[in-house]
Ligand binder design. Structure first.
Ligand SMILES: [Zn+2]
Ligand SMILES: [Zn+2]
Length: 137
């Protein structure tokens, strides 16, 4: 299967020749900046199945766990497209809103609910974890 997507201005595009592994809703504090007050929705893929065209800028940070994290975004329109951890180079997380067809994924779990504001809308139909989920393979 080929999955396609990209940023709002279409300067950055990607193709993925692999099935999604898992989709999670993340309420960590950092995601609330990216999500403009909401959670982010992220779909995990095998990173070797990903081909990217166009320029992305990388915001690098150190997570509380000590992991070096990369958050890649389009420098023209600002859309966040990917996140990745140096400790897990075989996995790439795609911001699910950048998928051309968002119906191919479905969140399985909410994570980092402990960092969500009191007014957050957390989906009661799926499991909810206060912190990080176990690694997806
Ligand atoms: Zn763009
Ligand atoms: Zn997060």
């Amino acid at each position: 299967m080929e999955i396609t997507g990209g940023c709002l201005c279409r300067a950055a595009r990607y193709r993925i020749n692999a099935a999604p592994i898992v989709t999670r809703v993340c309420w960590c504090r950092l995601c609330q900046y990216i999500g403009a007050g909401s959670a982010t929705v992220n779909t995990c893929f095998a990173s070797d199945a990903l081909v990217v065209s166009g320029e992305l800028r990388d915001y690098r940070s150190i997570a509380d766990s000590g992991n070096v994290m990369h958050r890649r975004f389009c420098p023209t329109c600002g859309t966040h497209v990917f996140s990745a951890a140096d400790a897990r180079p075989h996995r790439i997380f795609v911001r699910s809103g950048t998928l051309d067809d968002r119906e191919i994924v479905k969140p399985a779990v909410t994570i980092w609910s402990s960092q969500a504001p009191s007014w957050a809308c957390v989906d009661g139909r799926i499991p909810c974890l206060e912190g990080q989920a176990p690694p997806a393979g």
